[in-house]
Design a protein around this ligand. Structure first.
Ligand code: SF4
Ligand code: SF4
Length: 204
């Protein structure tokens, strides 16, 4: 099991800039999803006239299905300045990669619980750290894309874009910088140094 818990309302409101398209993932039985809290918050955003559309679906971590579903909402996505995703970390990473020119933000933190973790057809991974950093890393998980799980990369050891720990992989923080540049958000790297809160880590 894993748990998705909505971030503080103030945090989400501070993320929302301009118009927003919202995606809810409610399909995976291994993930506890905060349906009522999400609906209440989304109603408030809609009442402020900020929402161009809402897609509530299942298994957003399946990219083939998501392409078809997102295509039906393309005009609403185009009308939005950003996409806010209520799902586990894998779902947010799927959407961020598919909508690579769009600002995509995570509305939830993902925590681990013991037991079956579900399946995903993707190579993306979420380490269920309990304090999702995807909003400052362009939708690429720094814990799983960086060999040292740095939340303040990069370490300086990369050579020709390859990780110093594992030369078979691209440096995760170079990928993050490239993605942020692509969506015009390099400024987020000027935010105060992130200190990882290990109290949220692993099983609750
Ligand atoms: S930062 Fe990575 S490990 Fe932490 S919740 Fe987000 S996707 Fe999962
Ligand atoms: S080279 Fe890049 S991916 Fe490898 S440990 Fe350093 S920052 Fe992380």
């Amino acid at each position: 099991m894993l748990i998705t818990q909505i971030k503080e309302k103030e945090t989400i409101v501070s993320l929302v800039s301009g118009k927003v398209f919202i995606i809810n993932c409610q399909g995976c039985k291994e993930v506890s999803f905060p349906v009522e809290e999400a609906e209440a918050l989304q109603k408030e955003l809609a009442a402020d006239g900020k929402v161009t559309g809402i897609l509530t679906t299942d298994y957003i971590c399946n990219p083939e299905n998501m392409k078809l579903r997102l295509a039906k909402h393309q005009s609403e996505i185009d009308a939005a300045d950003m996409v806010l995703v209520f799902s586990c970390g894998v779902g947010v990473q799927t959407i961020a990669e598919y909508l690579e020119g769009k600002k995509v933000c995570a509305a939830c933190d993902t925590y681990a619980l013991p037991g079956y973790q579900g399946v995903t057809p993707l190579e993306y991974d979420c380490d269920q750290c309990g304090e999702c950093y995807l909003n400052i890393t362009g939708g690429i998980c720094p814990l799983t894309a960086c060999s040292k799980s740095l939340v303040n990369g990069q370490c300086g050891g990369a050579k020709n874009g390859r990780c110093e720990v594992d030369s078979n992989m691209e440096c995760g923080w170079e990928r993050i910088q490239r993605r942020l540049a692509q969506v015009g958000r390099l400024d987020v790297l000027k935010c105060p140094v992130q200190v990882r809160n290990y109290a949220t880590d692993k099983e609750v």
